[in-house]
Design a protein around this ligand. Sequence first.
Ligand code: WQD
Length: 338
Amino acid sequence: MKILLTGGAGYIGSHTAVELAAAGYEVVIADNFSNSSPKVLERLEMITGKRFGLYEIDVADKTALKKVFEENKIDAVIHFAGYKSVPESVKVPLSYYRNNIDTTLSLLEVMGEYGCNNIVFSSSATVYGTKAPYPYKEDMETGNCSNPYGWTKLFIERIITDYAAAKEGFSAVLLRYFNPVGAHESGLIGEDPRDIPNNLMPYISRVAVGKLPYLNVYGNDYPTKDGTGVRDYIHVTDLAKGHAAALDFAEKHSGVEIFNLGAGKGISVLEMVNAYSKACGHDIPYKIAPRRDGDLAEFYADASKANVILGWKAEHSVDDMCRDSWNWQSKNPKGYNE
Ligand code: WQD
C-alpha cells in the first residue's frame, strides 16, 4: 500500500512516516518546506533505512499534485499540510483560510480524478471551541472556535464530510489532536518551530538548552489544580501510531469517523516544567506572566472511542515526553539548522 503524506516533512508528519514504514506501508511525502526542513528526509532514512518518495510542491497546486498521482498509485492520503500557528492565524486570517482550505480542495479534487478514496485528516481539539465541557467527546457540539486556525480545521472537517456523503465508497477519518509533544526516541527528528515557539513544550526545551532565558507562565490564577493552564499532552509517537491505526480503519470502512487522539488526562504548566527539569537535570527558569488571550483554563480528551474502535491508546508518560523532547533538543540545539 502506498500512502501520500501531505506536509509529511513536518513534526507530526515525519513521526507518522516512521510508524507507517514500520507497519510496512510505502510512503510518499509532498511538502513545500514552508514550516519544515528538507533535512528531515535524510533523518527518516537514518531511522527507517528506507528512502521516501519526495515531491517539493505546494499541495494547493493541482498541476503539481497530479504529477504525484500520475507517478504513484496512491491508495490513501494523510493530510497534514496546512498552516498551524494560532497567533499567526489571528494576524493573517485570509492566508490561513486561503492556504488551509485551498490545499484541501485541490487534494480532494485530485484524489477524485485518480480514484483515491481514503483520507485521514489532521484536525485539532480546537474545533470544540471555548464552550465545550471537558473531557471532550467526539459527538459534542463544535464551533465557537477562538481563532481562524481552529475555524479552518472545522471548515475542512465539514468539506471532507460533505464530499464523503456525495462520493460513494469514500472513507474519511478525522483525527482531533490534543497537545502533541516529545520526539522520536532516536533524537533524530523532533519539533523545530521556525521562530520563537508559541507552544509550551518547544519553548521549555529551548530554555532548557539555553536558547531562551526563561519561560513565561501565562497565568497562575486559573481555577485549576495549581492555578496554571491544564492540557492533554500526548507523545508524538503515540499520535503517529494513532494515524497508522486510523489508516487501517479507513481502508476497511466507508463514510466519516471522528476520533480524539489524546492521553485522556490533564497536566498543568508547572507540572510540565517540573517534569522537564527532572529530564534535563537542571531547573527551568520561569516567570509568572499575565494570561494569554484566548487561552482556556483546562481541557482534555475522552479518548475512549479510539481505544474501543481502533484498539489504540497513548502509552507514553509525561516523563517519557520530557525525556524524548530533551534528547532531541540537546542533540539538536539549533533544530535542523545545524
Ligand atoms: C499550553 C499551555 C498556555 C506557552 C495550541 C493550539 C492547538 C494545538 C496545540 C495545533 C497553556 C501555556 C504556553 C508558553 C505558557 N496546535 N503556555 N507559556 O494553546 O493548548 O494549543 O497548541 O493543532 O490547536 O491551540 O498549546 O502549548 O500553546 O499552551 O504558559 O510560553 O501552556 O497558557 O495553558 P494550546 P500551548
